[in-house]
Structure formats: C-alpha cells, structure tokens
Design a protein around this ligand. Sequence first.
Ligand code: UD1
Ligand code: CA
Length: 460
Amino acid sequence: MKNIMAIVLSAGEGTRMKSRLPKVLHQVCGRPMIEYAIDRLEELGIDKKIVIIGYKGSLVKRALGKRVDYVWQKEQLGTGHALAQCRKALARFRGDLLVLGGDTPLLTTPTLKKLIETHREKDALVTILTAILKPPTGYGRVIRHGDETIRKIVEEEDATIIELANEEVNAGTYCFKREAIFQALEKIRPENVQEEYYLTDAIEVLTKKGHKVSAYTTDKSDEIIGINSRKDLALANKIVRERILNRLMLNGVTIIDPLTVTIDQEVEIGQDTIIYPFTIIEGKTKIGRDCIIGPAVQILDSKIANQVEIKNSSIQNSIVESEARIGPYAHLRPKSKIGKRAKIGNFVEIKKSTIGTESKVSHMSYIGDATLGEDINIGAGTITCNYDGFKKYPTFIEDQVFVGSNTNFIAPVKIGKGAVIGAGSTITEDVPPYALAIARGRQRNIKGWAKKKRTAKAQK
Ligand code: UD1
Ligand code: CA
C-alpha cells in the first residue's frame, strides 16, 4: 500500500490490568497482543510502521525487534500527546496516517482496508473506525449532528447522560491526512476528568473549523474490542481461540468439544487429526495427519508426525515420530525424541532422551539423558539413575535389549545389542552384547522358619 504510514499507540502502562508487564505485552492465544496489530499492518503491506513506546518501552522493543520503528513518549499524558510525539519523525511524510492502539488485537485486515478505502474515497481529513456496541460501556462515544455527519467523540468519563446512551463507539483506530492532524493536536488541552491530552479531542477541533470528518462503521463489532482489563483479555482470548479453532476445523481437523480446547495461533495441524476435550496445544507446535490427541493433553513447541496417538499427557520441546503411542499420563520433557511406532506408556517420564523405532517404555519409568536403540523393551519401573547429586551422566542401550522390570541403570553405563537384564537388577557396569546381566541379591529359602515362629506365638 502506498502513501500510507501506520502508528501504533503503545506507551501506556495499562493501569487497569494491575500488572507489572506493559499492557500490550499481555498474551492473546500465546502471542503479545501488540503483535496482532503489527501482523495486520504487514498484511496490508504498510512498510513504515512506528510504535509509540513509553512505560517499560524497552520490553516492547525487545518483543517486536526490527519489525517496526520506535518513537518514545517519555511521559504518558494521553493518546493525543502520544501521537504528537511523531511529529518530527513524520516531518517529511505527505500521505495518510493509519493510527491504532496496541490494545485492539481483534481487528482484521479487511476491516482496516475498508477504513482506508473509505477515507480515500471520501477524501476526508479524518476517518474514524466505529461500531455499534450493546452496551457501549467503556468506550468513547461518537456524537453526530442531526444530518449524521460527525461532530465529536466524547470519552465515557466526560459524557452527559444523553451522550452515554449513544451506542456508536470509537474503535480508537483512525485514518488521518498527515497535515491535518498535527495542527489539530496543537489545539487540544487536558481539560477533562482524566486530565489527559485526548487524541479524540482533535476530531472536534477539525469539525468546528468545518473540515470533513468521516467514519467507517463496521458491523463486526467484536473486532473493535479494546483490552483494558484482565476481563477484556479473557474475552479477547475466547474470540481469537474461536477463530483459530474455526480455521482448523475448516481445514479438516476434528475438534470434539471446542469449548474446552485451546490452540495457539501458530500451531499447525494436519487433516483428519482428532482433538479430544481438555487439550492445550501451544507455541510453534506442528501436528501431522490422522493423529488422535487428547483427552487432556498439553503440548508445547513440539513436532508430532502422522498417525500418532497421545492421551492425558504433557509434552514440551520434543519430537514424536509417526505411529508412536504416548500415554496415558506420560511426560516428555524437552529434547526428547520418540521414534516410529514406539510406545511411551503410563506414568513414564522421558527427559532429553532418544527412544528408537518400535521401542517400548510402557509402565512407570524414568528415562533421562539416555539413548535407546530400536526394538527395545523396557520393563515396568525401570530407572536411569542419571544424577549422582553433582553431575548428570548418560545411559546407552543398544537395539533389541530386553530390560526386566524394576531395573536401575547407574549411569554412565552402556548395554550392548541384544542383551537381557534380569528383573530387579542394579546395573553399575557395561553389559556386553547378547549377555544376560543379573545384579541382585540371591534368594535364600529357609525351610520351616515361618512355621516355627507362628507356633511360638500361638503358645504365648
Ligand atoms: C481510547 C479512546 C476511546 C476509544 C478506545 C478504544 C482516547 C482518549 N480514547 O480509550 O475513545 O473508545 O480507546 O479502545 O483516545 N497510550 C499511549 N500514551 C498515552 C496514553 C495511551 O501510548 O499517554 C496508548 C495505550 O498504550 C493504548 C492506547 O493508547 O494502547 C489507548 O489508550 P487507552 O488508555 O487504553 O485508551 P482508552 O481509555 O481505551
Ligand atoms: Ca484501550
């Protein structure tokens, strides 16, 4: 898009959030809300983007990096004051300014496009994005003359009872002709309940002079929701979540109960995968085709291949290859890799370990810092003792090893291909290929011992 620049107002603290984090960094479906605004601007093809930062501005800068330029508003004296800080940066720019708040993450690209088109078609000095909200509580009200032309915007705190009843609200998103706005901003005064320089007051400055102010009223009123409190944040999360789930369902993913499923914006899921209730999929997770995920699964930043089944489990930063079975009640901790058709069963924890193709860790085990080959069977209750209180050590288990139940591997240790470990062993030394290792106390049966004891007790 040509002859247009965008400015995102993001210097405010967001007092109503009651948070130490600047408001625009609070997350909606796994991403800081301000990133939604920047995404839309990129989709519109607006190259020059300025974010106005102030309260903990360096944190905002760190989050957005080089995607945008920054202008500081050292003291947060209101939205009008914020925009005025750009005067210098825009000194040589002649064109339209798209101004939006960093706290309205639900706006969509088509709506912003319509706003800009309306602004250009009507050749207005200002075009305001508005919506009809029932109730309009919390927003600036758009006041029109009898002939429907815009007169002013009045903030809720400063409105009369009659103005409060007006259901047309200001989205806080505007298109300005650059020349017009900075002149108007010079005229505004902080003479209102909040003692702030309101950007909205610039509207009346212009209309009073007889300038043309127009509006684009969207019928998608959900889109204009501004996030001021944690309650608003929950509502935004709900709406974005619905959008994400709808997109996935349209692309061929079954979501049995969308009300109990949360999936982050950047997650990818393949066709015919089924998501069962109470499942949370976060970060940059990628899930393949024909998988069954859930119920009650939480996956973060992981890669799951095709035809994988995961039940009641938690997975972080891991890779699961095709046709593997995970859970119920398994925990894959970061840097784990589960091979094709492998099985990680009930109450098993895997940490920073590789489990080869078709290997099975089916019941109540801890496998940490280990490399397991293919076709291995790990018996119930097997533990890799990878930590001596000072350092971590690795365990290597080669292909086709059979490990009897309740085995401890005191790492570092290596088990050769095809070896068998007797149940209950505590393995402290390497085992050669195809050997049988048993490391436990021999059993002794003492004939008649219990009978004697019982008789003695009965005679007392
Ligand atoms: C603002 C509008 C209101 C509109 C609503 C839509 C004004 C005076 N009011 O109210 O008409 O209905 O948005 O959501 O503009 N900011 C700064 N510097 C400041 C103050 C604010 O950069 O000194 C930024 C904030 O970080 C925020 C945005 O401007 O991203 C809006 O500020 P906020 O305080 O949330 O305004 P509202 O009260 O919601
Ligand atoms: Ca707001």
